[in-house]
Design a protein around this ligand. Structure first.
Ligand SMILES: [Zn+2]
Length: 394
């Protein structure tokens, strides 16, 4: 039986026949009254209008002249009490009326907090459903809501960075752009003619073997070097020609710490009248000092490439041991960094240039190798694994 039902019955109907029973009954009423008041104070109101409405409802529930709980209690418990119980009931009833002054409208309004939704100073705003609509606990009802706090710091979007291979490629490009070279590019899917024939690589050359070249079909390959662009640029621009050719190349290599089926090259080509090997040496020595540091020395050794004659390998004094000999330079003090040579007359002819009038030099280097030397990276595969822990260091 609820309190509301109890106050509509007489003490006799509630089987309360002695002072002790009266005590217990009034204790229950006081507890209910205090609990309802505390609930309202704890929950508060979302606005002053709501607060006033809630306070009036609670006041009326207890103190209304007609059908208020105290009026019903007066009628059914006190007035209808048996003669011998009246003093006890009267005493408890008077106590209750005194306590009930806390349920007056003004008293409640003073006690119940209004939680303004528009309050910025409070940060997050606690909004609860009305305590009279819902009897669930304050904590369980609490939800975070309200307008955004404009004083909070914003979200920081992490910035990406330039890939080390791209970074080194741009660095090399910049050195040659400052020397007056232009950048030239060409297709990665290339014809056999541009990739081999025009570059004086005969069908018998081992580089045309399946193991080195990825064929798309009998006449089409994924270019094995950036050199085909030499021919394309000669055809397009004629001479004089000062270009560098950065780009991707493909070879039938198994991936390991120094090989990758895809890698980057930069090719250099200078064609003019009266170009000599001295121009080649001077330019590449300048480049090596710009890229690796002024202390670096260069050394040229004879070599062979089908598209240059004479051909050479360029070595720099080891940047790790200063030429003293270490594990990286295999105790030699020198590191090979590129291939080079004077453009073969046959290649000039394929490019539509007269080898009796024009001469030129060319070089080719692997960008990954330069990036590995510059950043002391020992595994070429790290460049292609897209591991952010590796890439975010650059
Ligand atoms: Zn060394």
């Amino acid at each position: 039986m609820t309190l509301d039902e109890k106050v509509r019955k007489t003490l006799a109907e509630l089987n309360v026949a002695d002072a002790q029973g009266v005590e217990v009954l009034f204790a229950e009423v006081r507890a209910a009254m205090e609990a309802e008041r505390q609930d309202l104070i704890a929950c508060g109101a979302a606005s002053e209008a709501e607060r006033d409405q809630l306070c009036k409802a609670l006041r009326d529930r207890w103190l209304a002249r007609k059908n208020g709980l105290l009026s019903l209690l007066d009628e059914n418990w006190l007035k209808a009490a048996a003669k011998e119980l009246k003093p006890a009931v009267g005493r408890r009833f008077n106590e209750l009326r005194k306590i009930a002054t806390g349920l007056g409208f003004d008293e409640l309004v003073r006690a119940v907090p209004v939680r303004h939704q528009a309050s910025f100073s409070a940060g997050a705003v606690l909004v609860t459903s009305s305590p009279l609509e819902k009897q669930a606990s304050f904590a369980a009802d609490a939800v975070l809501a309200g307008p955004p706090d404009l004083t909070l710091p914003g979200y920081r979007r992490p910035l990406g960075s330039i890939h080390p291979v791209t970074r080194v490629m741009r660095e090399i490009e910049d050195i040659f752009l400052n020397l007056g070279f232009a950048i030239e590019t060409g297709p990665e899917v290339e014809t056999v003619y541009y990739n081999f024939d025009a570059l004086n690589i005969p069908e018998s050359h081992p580089a045309r073997d399946d193991w080195d070249t990825l064929y798309v079909d009998a006449q089409t390959v994924l270019r094995t070097h950036t050199s085909p662009v030499q021919i394309r640029a000669m055809e397009k621009h004629g001479a004089p020609l000062y270009i560098i050719i950065p780009g991707k190349c493909y070879r039938h290599d198994n991936p390991d710490s120094t090989h990758s089926p895809m890698f980057h090259q930069i090719e250099g080509l200078a064609i003019d009248t009266d170009i000599t090997f001295a121009d080649l040496k001077g330019t590449l020595d300048f480049f090596a000092k710009k890229f690796f540091g002024e202390k670096v020395r260069t050394s040229f050794h004879p070599s062979f490439f089908p598209f240059t004659e004479p051909s050479g390998e360029v070595a720099i004094s080891c940047v790790f041991c200063d030429g003293q000999g270490c594990r990286i330079c295999k105790e030699s003090g020198w590191i090979e960094v590129m291939g080079c040579g004077m453009v073969h007359p046959e290649v000039l002819r394929h490019g539509g240039l007269d080898p009796d009038r024009y001469s030129g030099w060319a070089f080719g280097l692997g960008v990954e190798r330069y990036a590995m030397m510059k950043y002391d990276i020992n595994d070429i595969q790290l460049f292609y694994q897209s591991d952010v822990r590796f890439l975010e260091q650059f």
